[in-house]
Design a protein around this ligand. Structure first.
Ligand SMILES: [Zn+2]
Length: 245
């Protein structure tokens, strides 16, 4: 029986190491994803502002061309004023002149606004751009680190997986199923020792009679509070020894 418990506990030790590896690897991909999202968000803002700036520049150019056309018309109208033959013609021309002048005024003030808007957008883009660069540098560093960790991890994981397979072969099928069921339900530790009279999985006190029975290593006990398999310290020591620790 003792061997049965030792083997089961060895499985837990190896699984703990595998969990640690996964945890180590787990944080970085999240960080990389987060940074990618952040960079995209800033880049989208920049693109939007760039588009708006281009649009404003185009409108300014259109307005300038229109101002030019109106100015040249205005010149013609003013020259024609000297050649009018009647009041009707005079009125029509002054109306055209007034209209051209007010249009030029309107377009000029619109362009001043466009210029201010363009300047504001330019500044905003200049403020946002370093954010992309900074995040890209951090992202690159994280990606390099991630690759390195994954590479080291893969080697270690292969070794541990082989070790686990060998141990798992020695575990009785029902024990293995119970172990896996608890491990899945409690996310990690399925088999624990008693530490200071308490289950080291849930820290609840184990009745002293149960502790005595446990120390005899005669059967499989589970914690009444959390349902984890409980083993004596002796079993834990033997398991570590068997793994060369
Ligand atoms: Zn417990």
């Amino acid at each position: 029986m003792v061997n049965r418990l030792v083997t089961l506990f060895s499985l837990q030790i190896v699984d703990d190491e595998l969990d640690e590896l996964e945890e180590l690897r787990g944080d970085l991909p999240l960080r990389v994803n987060g940074l990618n999202a952040k960079i995209k968000e800033i880049q989208d803002q920049i693109d939007e502002k760039e588009n708006s700036r281009t649009e404003s520049l185009e409108k300014r150019k259109e307005n300038e061309e229109e101002i030019e056309r109106l100015t040249s018309n205005l010149k013609k109208f003013k020259a024609q004023l000297y050649k009018v033959r009647n009041n009707k013609e005079y009125d029509a021309l002054t109306k055209e002149i007034d209209h051209s002048e007010s249009e030029i005024e309107r377009l000029t003030s619109e362009n001043e606004e466009f210029e201010l808007k363009g300047e504001k957008l330019k500044n905003e883009i200049a403020e946002l751009t370093p954010g992309v660069d900074e995040n890209s540098i951090v992202l690159e560093e994280n990606q390099v680190e991630l690759k390195k960790i994954i590479k080291e991890n893969v080697i270690q994981e292969t070794i541990l997986r082989e070790k686990r397979e060998k141990i798992a072969e020695q575990v009785k099928k029902p024990d293995y199923n119970v172990y896996m069921k608890i491990r899945k339900a409690l996310k990690g530790k399925a088999i624990v020792t008693i530490n200071r009279s308490a289950c080291s999985g849930c820290h609840n006190i184990v009745p002293s009679q149960r502790q005595i029975e446990l120390r005899q290593n005669r059967r499989l006990f589970t914690c009444e509070s959390c349902g984890r398999i409980l083993v004596s310290a002796e079993v834990a020591i033997e398991a570590e020894k068997s793994l060369g620790k």
